[in-house]
Design a binder for this molecule. Structure first.
Ligand SMILES: [Zn+2]
Length: 472
């Protein structure tokens, strides 16, 4: 048992700040009928999933240390919230920061992919991938981000790549949803291998559940973008969505070129292409969607599909602004590989929208930031008791994916102004103690995994990656 004492609970949706109270958390396996049910780090034990309360919030109220005298105290004072979620990222770019590689200047987005990102993903090997996963997951936790939804590419090592990523997630202890971005740009064999890796990995997650364990990492069905996915590959992806019960995760209309290409080559809007093969479900995630049209937004809304908005990445790539943002029903925020600091991403999303003179205010973006939890719910609900409170809330029975924030603001912090504190003050530096699935991962700003080795190995692999890029 882990106890947070005398802190205020910060709820993002609906926003509220509680009076000081205590929160007690079941550690992995604790309170379960037979041993542990969670998969963290090296510790793997088993339990009947239905009976498992390990990794959830056990109690909320005053003086819980009297009720649980042997519990570890993980913090006192401050604000406790559910962990933040990154709705779209690429951990393969974790080692791209400050890259010292001769990259030809790009005139547009298509050239940028060719000159930079497709050289980078071809240069990935298992050691680089492992180092990227560990460093990227660690970065996320240190920013108070406990859930990371990744979109992976690495055409020279596809088979098994999602398992390598998963191991990184489990060692650090970050919750995740992984996929491989299938594409035709490396030929038909490459496309098939990409689809197959998604299906293989979904089965691997199914096996975790079949052996009565709760997975920390789930699977989606990944694809790169409309302009690199022909009709055959798209059909295979739709089959994979049906056969695995997972959602598609794809970039659409990030650049205008993708929307134009779909209409020119396939005679349909990008979303219409996915709809025609039945690939749109309420577990689906569309990255960017900057150039989607109102009729495509309507289709997405009808299917309950998520739109992952990546404000910083869109600005950096100069692909334009998503003026239809308020029309989408299920907008979430992603970083698109630019780290995993969701408070920073939130600020960019707010300010870029204000600059565009759109109708949304910080409070609207707080709902968007919180909605990343709804994606986790659609993939992980089955691991919790029916009627549990869901992800993204601090209530008894909710998943213990929690962050204690060291925030001591110069103005009152109440439910009505959480969004403005996030926009104008609070930063990820305040993330002090982080728990995922009931397992303490960071205590008082100190990672409980071997972060120094992770960062040292990442720097070594970054040098290798950059050298391999020069050769490609
Ligand atoms: Zn992306």
């Amino acid at each position: 048992m882990i106890i947070f004492r005398n802190m205020r609970i910060l709820e993002l949706e609906p926003p509220s700040v509680s009076e000081p109270t205590d929160v007690a958390v079941y550690e992995p396996g604790e309170g379960d009928v037979a041993g542990a049910g969670m998969f963290i780090g090296e510790a793997v034990k088993t339990a009947a999933i239905g009976a498992a309360v390990g990794g959830t919030i056990a109690a909320i109220g005053p003086s819980l240390t009297a009720r649980y005298p042997t519990a570890k105290v993980a913090g006192e004072g401050g604000y406790l919230s559910a962990g933040l979620v990154c709705g779209h990222t690429h951990l393969y770019s974790a080692l791209a920061r400050g890259m010292l590689v001769d990259i030809a200047p790009s005139k547009d987005f298509a050239q940028l992919l060719d000159h930079l990102w497709w050289r980078l993903d071809r240069a990935i090997d298992p050691a680089i991938l492992r180092a990227s996963a560990l460093a990227g997951c660690s970065d996320a936790l240190k920013a108070g981000v406990t859930g990371v939804i990744d979109h992976h590419a690495g055409p020279e090592c596809i088979d098994g790549s999602l398992t390598t990523l998963r191991e990184g997630f489990e060692i650090v202890g970050t919750r995740g949803i992984l996929c491989y971005e299938a594409t035709d740009r490396n030929g038909i064999d490459g496309a098939r291998a990409g689809v197959a890796e998604n299906v293989r990995f979904a089965r691997e997650v199914d096996e975790v559940r079949a052996s009565a364990r709760k997975p920390l990492v789930e699977a989606a069905i990944g694809a790169h973008a409309s302009f690199t996915v022909g009709d055959d590959t798209l059909s295979a992806l739709a089959d994979a969505v049906r056969s695995t019960g997972r959602g598609i995760h794809i970039h659409l209309a990030e650049d205008k070129f993708d929307a134009v290409d779909a209409r020119y080559r396939f005679g349909a809007d990008p979303i219409e292409r996915l709809e025609a093969v039945g690939a749109l479900t309420d577990k689906g995630i569309i990255g960017h969607g900057v150039w989607l049209t109102p009729s495509e937004v309507e289709i997405m809304n009808a299917r309950g599909v998520f739109l992952a908005h990546n404000a910083r990445s869109n600005m950096n790539n100069a692909v334009g602004y998503n003026a239809l943002l308020p029309a989408f029903r299920n907008v979430v925020l992603g970083t698109d590989g630019m780290g995993a600091d969701m408070l920073e991403e939130f600020k960019f999303a707010v300010f870029r929208h204000r600059e565009s003179q759109g109708p949304w205010w910080p409070g609207d973006f707080l709902k968007v930031l919180h909605r990343g939890n709804a994606i986790l719910g659609r993939y992980f609900d089955q691991d919790f008791a029916p009627g549990y409170p869901g992800f993204g809330t601090v209530k008894v029975g909710a998943p213990a994916d929690l962050v204690l924030w060291d925030y001591d603001p110069p103005t009152p912090l109440v439910g009505e102004n959480i969004a403005e504190h996030f926009a104008f003050g609070m930063s990820s530096r305040a993330a002090r103690t982080v728990i995922v699935a009931g397992s303490l991962r960071i205590l008082d700003h100190r990672p409980l995994y071997d972060d120094a080795s992770i960062e040292a190995e990442a720097r070594e692999q970054a040098s290798r990656l950059w050298k391999r890029m020069e050769e490609r």
